[in-house]
Ligand binder design. Structure first.
Ligand SMILES: Nc1ncnc2c1ncn2[C@@H]1O[C@H](COP(=O)(O)OP(=O)(O)OP(=O)(O)O)[C@@H](O)[C@H]1O
Ligand SMILES: [Mg+2]
Length: 267
């Protein structure tokens, strides 16, 4: 079991007036949202609407030519502009990327990578090795020798679940998953969603980024819709699917409706 450093009565993630300029161009413009412990929040928006840049600003990854303003509170502390390496454990935000290969060291065994994240939290070496195997098993990577494989010896879906295990091992109170299932087939996609649904601790806030409202509805409690770097709509799911008024939400809703309708009619 990973200990989540959650402070009572404090919102896990609070983004207030977040503005990001890249090389002088405003790409995220006064974004506000929050996610409580155990909440699964979806960030929706068309391509280029600012979802990934928002995620990077929250995590503390600096992009070339980046200027930030506003605030990002993790467990009540403002961490805007603080890079991941300079954040204390309770202020960290774990990130799962669409491209799982880039998130893992290509030459280091996945078990060693997960154990390393545990050791950085002060877990003793022997215990970290055992707990890394347990964590990998908890995301379905339980075949013998799985922990000893390097990332290229895993399938795309297995690699993505290894990334989730790595994020869980950091004990961060907030996890952001940026389109983690886009590159996967439907079976691998369903497994990754199931791991996010069942293994992300009740104390962790999950921010899930996607274009797919059907996937968002199956996983998340609430959604925030971005367009042109601004929040244009937000609300609980699935109500937003039927009651959203912004044209982009309507478009997503129509696409999701087309996907579910054949099943509903034949059910
Ligand atoms: N490194 C960068 N340098 C300059 N501009 C960038 C950079 N990364 C993103 N942008 C610009 O910032 C804006 C927001 O990009 P972002 O990657 O956040 O979009 P997104 O909503 O994640 O889109 P997608 O759904 O396609 O992933 C876009 O106009 C994009 O061109
Ligand atoms: Mg993106």
């Amino acid at each position: 079991m990973i200990l989540i450093s959650q402070e009572a009565g404090v919102t896990a993630l609070e983004v207030r007036g977040l503005t990001v300029r890249l090389h002088g161009r405003t790409v995220v413009d006064g974004v506000d949202f929050e996610a409580g412990p155990g909440e699964r929040l979806c960030l929706l928006g068309e391509s280029g609407s600012g979802k990934s840049v928002t995620a990077r600003a929250i995590v503390g990854q600096q992009l070339p030519g980046m200027e930030l303003s506003g605030s990002v509170l993790v467990n009540g502390r403002d961490v805007l502009g603080v890079p991941p390496a300079r954040r204390a454990g309770p202020d960290r935000v774990a990130m799962v990327f669409q491209d799982s290969a880039s998130a893992l060291h290509p030459l280091v065994r996945v078990g060693t990578q997960v154990a390393g994240a545990l050791r950085r939290q002060g877990v003793a070496a022997d215990e970290a090795t055992d707990r890394a195997v347990e964590l990998l098993a908890s995301v379905g990577l339980d075949a013998p020798g799985m922990a000893r494989r390097v990332p290229c010896q895993l399938s795309g879906g297995q690699r993505q679940r290894a990334c989730i295990a790595l994020s869980l091992a950091t004990g961060a109170p907030v996890m952001i998953a940026d389109e983690p299932t886009t590159a996967l087939d439907v079976v691998a996609q369903a497994r990754v969603l199931d791991v996010l649904r069942t293994k992300v601790d009740a104390g962790t806030a999950l921010v899930f980024i996607t274009h797919d409202l059907a996937v968002a509805t199956s996983l998340c409690d609430r959604a925030v819709v971005l367009a042109g770097g601004r929040v244009v709509e937000s609300g609980p799911l699935p109500q937003l699917l039927w009651e959203g008024t912004h044209p982009y939400t309507r478009e997503l809703s129509a696409a999701a409706y087309e996907q579910v309708l054949p099943h509903e009619v034949t059910a």
